[in-house]
Design a protein around this ligand. Structure first.
Ligand SMILES: [Mg+2]
Length: 91
């Protein structure tokens, strides 16, 4: 399924290049990690966490376009959710 913002993300990848966007994805993942650590130390707030989660979601969408793997990601996600359900939630 195409995301609403796919054309926008493709323009960003075209403008800045796939390699650059992969680097930005790594940076954004790091920023979310930092905010989550700060949350556990009572040093941040939900607004900051929300901002970093949004950044990561934006970059994940671009990674799926760069690696052309939206379907494999979706299959993995469904498989893992089903496996977790079987292991921990069934009954
Ligand atoms: Mg960020």
């Amino acid at each position: 399924m195409k995301t609403v913002n796919e054309a926008y993300y493709k323009k960003l990848i075209e403008k800045f290049g796939a390699k650059n966007q992969i680097i930005v994805a790594i940076e954004e993942l790091s920023e979310l990690q930092k905010e989550l650590c700060k949350y556990l130390r009572d040093k941040t707030n939900i607004r900051n966490i929300s901002e970093e989660m949004a950044d990561v979601e934006i970059m994940l969408e671009q990674l799926k376009l760069i690696f052309e793997n939206e379907t494999p990601v979706s299959i993995e996600k469904n498989y893992k959710l089903a496996r977790t359900y079987e292991r921990y939630l069934k009954d």
